[in-house]
Design a protein around this ligand. Structure first.
Ligand code: AMP
Length: 408
């Protein structure tokens, strides 16, 4: 999955960034939002020896924006395109698809408000799932407005929900006061029913946000990427503006979101940078992997070492050690036996490691300046000059795939 992620980022011109595992707690409180569940209930925060409050990274976007500001990335050609593959920590109730430590692959395009950039990020997220062969996905899309139009929408939402204060769940009673947008994605059945007829953010968008959303949808049509409007999609982090989207599996179950993202046009500014629009996406690797497993998608085997070097006796051991160095320098993946096991035991290990070739050096070979080269799958072997081994194996490595290796 990580290899596909890296390939995807190469295709789209995103460069890797690795931010620290923990940051000042303040960074997340300011960006993710004081009233969000992540900040209120899920952060692993501790005091370090200097008395500073530090937090294990609960999401990947804020650290990237912090780095953007701190390292003056506004001087680079915009938008700056970055990706990460990183562990994320959230104190949540552990269950299938929800862990206290999970990994996210995320990418961010910072420094441009054109809806075409939203479309690039959405297309990229979609292509990632396609490259992995995942079937039955849906793309959910919504726009939640900006600083100018959101307050009127939030008021409308509060007005609507204030009629249902007796019917909503206890969590939603708190949300109504502290984080009204989150009322919309409560999973409790009574709250879901009430949300059905709630006001929609798209009906409250200002002219610019409406135009942005209109262009976004028309570019998605142009790309023939089908999406479903989901007026309840609000996402859990406060920094989102305008576009929000999620990629979900159609399978039933609460953990059906593979990844999500959206625009966050004020985040860089809130972290002390210039006003800088941006858009990004993050996917949970464990969720992706379990989806790949559920759907029985064939995964290419990890590449196996090509050569196993076995020896008998101290002199042969020394020669094997020199040989393994030359092979690795020549770029041939090689494993060397260690210890004083019998040749049979060494060959058993070479087999179980899945190596293609065994190289055997004994006293006789040391004397004669030769080695035994064994084709592990055919079980055939022949003696060749030590001096020829590296170039022969290199040739095999180059030809492998073209003609299935060279017969010994
Ligand atoms: P978020 O940062 O909440 O938007 O999450 C992005 C993606 O990370 C989600 O769509 C999930 O695939 C994954 N994810 C979020 N929280 C967890 C968790 N606790 N355990 C496993 N995966 C998670």
């Amino acid at each position: 999955v990580e290899q596909k992620a890296e390939l995807l980022c190469q295709l789209y011109g995103y460069k890797r960034i690795d931010t620290p595992l923990f940051e000042e707690a303040e960074l997340f409180a300011r960006s993710v939002g004081e009233e969000t569940e992540v900040v209120q209930k899920q952060m692993y925060t501790f005091e370090d020896r200097g008395g500073a409050q530090m937090t294990l990274r609960p999401e990947g976007t804020a650290p990237v924006c912090r780095a953007y500001v701190e390292h003056g990335m506004h001087t680079l050609p915009q938008p700056v395109k970055l990706y990460y593959i990183a562990p994320i920590f959230r104190y949540e109730r552990p269950q299938a698809g929800r862990y206290r430590e999970h990994r996210q692959f995320g990418f961010e395009a910072i420094g441009e408000s054109d809806p075409l950039l939203d479309v690039e990020v959405i297309t990229m997220a979609w292509q990632f799932c396609e490259m992995l062969g995942i079937q039955g996905l849906s793309l959910k899309l919504n726009s939640i407005g900006c600083r100018r139009c959101r307050p009127a929408y939030v008021e409308a939402l509060k007005g609507y929900y204030s009629r249902y204060t007796d019917a909503i769940c206890p969590n939603c009673k708190t949300r109504l006061v502290r984080n009204p947008l989150r009322l919309l994605d409560c999973k409790e059945p009574p709250c879901r029913n009430i949300a059905e007829s709630a006001p929609k953010s798209v009906d409250y968008l200002c002219e610019e946000c409406r135009a942005h959303f209109g262009h976004l949808k028309s570019y998605l049509d142009l790309m023939e990427l089908s999406f479903e409007l989901d007026y309840h999609l609000v996402r859990g982090l406060d920094y989102y503006t305008r576009t929000v989207f999620e990629i979900q599996t159609r399978e039933e179950g609460a953990q059906n979101a593979l990844g999500g993202g959206g625009r966050y046009d004020y985040l860089v500014e809130e972290l002390g940078g210039n006003p800088t629009p941006a858009v990004g996406f993050a996917a949970g690797l464990e969720r992706i992997i379990s989806c790949v497993r559920r759907q029985d998608i064939p995964v290419p085997p990890p590449s196996e070492p090509k050569v196993y070097i076995a020896y008998l006796g101290e002199r042969a051991k020394r020669e094997a050690t020199e040989l393994v160095t030359s092979l690795r320098k020549a770029g041939i993946p090689t494993i060397q036996a260690v210890g004083d096991r019998s040749l049979k035991a060494q060959m058993r290990q070479a087999n179980s490691l899945g190596t293609t070739y065994g190289v055997i050096i004994g006293e006789k070979e040391v004397e004669g300046g030769t080695v035994m080269l064994r084709d592990m799958s055919r079980g055939e072997q022949r003696e060749i000059a030590l001096a020829e081994l590296v170039s022969l194996l290199r040739k095999k490595e180059e030809n492998c795939g073209k003609e299935g290796g060279i017969v010994i």
